[in-house]
Design a protein. Structure first.
Lengths: 155, 155
DNA sequence: CATATAAACTTTAAGCATAAAATATTTTTA
DNA sequence: TAAAAATATTTTATGCTTAAAGTTTATATG
């Protein structure tokens, strides 16, 4: 006879994978909501703005508009508005690309770099707190496990 | 002397947790993008619309507007527009609540239930495919591991 | 060289999301 | 019971997001 289990019996993999997806979604959305709230309260900014700044911070010479959308995997038109607003705030500038009058290189200003440094430090601390249940080793293991193929989408 | 490692040495937990977060974000966004694309191509609908239908499908007697936003953890005003459009399409109806003229109960129509059944089956198959690298046992283990406290937010 | 194609970017239309304010109704309280 | 507080929902303002169409500039092709 089937013994009573602490957990319900394993259903087919399809159901368990669906459960995992719903859990991942709930967890990441919860963390994103907290980040959004913190960014608003502490820095009067948003997650998409931070994402653009973070992308730029990794490239000393800035990025072209299309490179930003490529790195962040968002649509082209999306980046236009976010960069507009960051530029209005003096955190970055559009620099014409010599020899190609279609393109612009987006670079952080000094003010942008300083502001981003503060935001990045806070961001890392918030994440470390929210994922505090994972040891460094656990985190590394899970990072590897969640490296899905996702149609081999690097660059 | 420190031996050469297959992976870089463990940095402090903070950095490893940040890496895990970035990986989770990349993975869930990738899956969400694929789902959005599939929902659009196969059913001419969106993920938020599916989420509302999924919430309603679990309650025979429907849900009030505020209950939908509570279950889905989205803002009140957000649900108004999504329900408006689903109602326009005849997939659900707003039913007045007897004895409280402020409130409405949102219920799926027969058409809505039939459409949702098709969508849910496809959704489960898409997820099972994208998370195919996880066995049923792995999926269950990970689902448990990602049950973050997140300020004990159930209902 | 003229034109066609491609590339870089912006604009538009529609929908999703939040926070905050507004409206209507119900319940509590003085 | 009248005024105040709470509840249920919608509306408004702002920003993010995509897909698709449009503009300008660059490159390829006849």
């Amino acid at each position: 006879m089937t013994p009573t289990l602490a957990q319900p019996p394993l259903e087919d993999a399809s159901k368990e994978r669906l459960r995992l997806w719903l859990r991942l979604l709930k967890t990441t959305r919860g963390i994103e909501a907290k980040l959004r709230e913190n960014f608003r309260a502490e820095f009067d900014t948003t997650l998409p703005r931070f994402d653009v700044m973070a992308a730029l911070s990794r490239y000393e010479d800035g990025l072209k508009m299309s490179e930003i959308s490529g790195v962040l995997r968002v649509s082209n038109g999306n980046v236009t508005g976010i960069v507009d607003r960051l530029a209005d705030d003096g955190l970055l500038v559009r620099v014409p690309v010599p020899g190609d009058r279609r393109a612009h290189r987006v670079c952080m200003t000094r003010k942008g770099r300083e502001e981003f440094a503060r935001q990045a430090a806070a961001h890392e601390a918030w994440i470390a707190d929210m994922l505090g249940q994972f040891s460094a080793e656990d985190a590394r293991t899970l990072t590897t496990e969640f490296n899905l193929p996702e149609e081999a989408n690097d660059r």
